[in-house]
Design a protein around this ligand. Structure first.
Ligand code: ATP
Length: 238
């Protein structure tokens, strides 16, 4: 079976500093794969390189196709979508307009508007606030809007950079429930997180990234109970 994403010996440097040092990982379609690791481990850099935003060495195959020569636009066209840490919403625009912008390239297609209804059905809080400007939303609602906008792009591979960042624990739980629920849409998710427990509880498979290298990997449920992962990333308690 061809993997949805196959990364082989990827290297990414900022000048002389190598932030990603020979990372290899594989994702099967329909799965949630998480990359956990501390501050500065290279998680954001890895996602930026996979999106084509940073030059890299090594190979990345999407659905068996070599992505080496693909620009960001080509990767978007293949259904690869990145929700960055900063969410990058249009603060002065309404929730509805932010969502519609996500689907701009489908605007002439039939069913364009019904996509919006699908997102509102999944995120009732966004439906209630459709005319409110994005800049006035709470942190959790902003993350929902970023996820909703990404879904408007009909992604096949959704890459999420620290969706829990800056959110209260209860909201983190809600966001991760939503992320786990995206599986039923057939969306594959590559989830980068510092919140190791929440990520491991939601994911199927996990990689631990430490100073640019994969330290260990395995089924998320196994890593959740691994002594070293527990001691280093889960505050010592299983
Ligand atoms: P965090 O969770 O804090 O965002 P991270 O795991 O996402 O961390 P990266 O942001 O990918 O880590 O950073 C990896 C390394 O690359 C760090 O040492 C960082 O200082 C360095 N780095 C990141 N961006 C740049 C840049 N634009 N120029 C130079 N070095 C950078």
């Amino acid at each position: 079976m061809t993997a949805l994403l196959d990364v082989v010996d990827l290297h990414v440097s900022y000048g002389r500093v190598e932030a990603v040092r020979g990372v290899s990982l594989t994702m099967e379609a329909g799965r949630i794969v998480t990359v956990i690791g501390p501050n500065g481990a290279g998680k954001t850099t890895l996602l930026a390189a996979l999106m084509g935003l940073l030059p890299s060495r090594g190979s990345v195959f999407h659905d068996g196709a070599d992505m080496a020569r693909l620009e960001v636009e080509d990767r978007v066209e293949r259904g690869i979508c990145l929700v960055p840490e900063a969410r990058e919403l249009f603060g002065d625009m309404s929730v509805a307009d932010n969502l519609l912008l996500g689907a701009y390239r489908f605007r002439r297609e039939r069913g364009f508007r019904s996509k919006l209804d699908d997102v509102y059905a999944r995120f009732p809080r966004l439906a209630d606030r459709r005319r409110q400007t994005a800049g006035t939303l709470s942190g959790g609602e902003r993350q929902m809007l970023a996820l909703g906008r990404a879904l408007m792009m009909r992604p096949r591979l959704l890459m999420l950079d620290e969706p829990s960042l800056g959110l209260a624990p209860l909201i983190v739980r809600e966001i991760f429930r939503i992320i786990a629920g995206l599986r039923e849409l057939g969306v594959s998710i590559l989830l980068v997180e510092q919140n190791a427990r929440a990520a491991l509880e939601s994911a199927d498979y996990a990689y631990v990234l430490e100073t640019g290298e994969i330290g260990m990997h395995g089924p998320a449920a196994v890593l959740l109970h691994d002594a070293r992962v527990t001691a280093t990333y889960l505050g010592g308690s299983v």
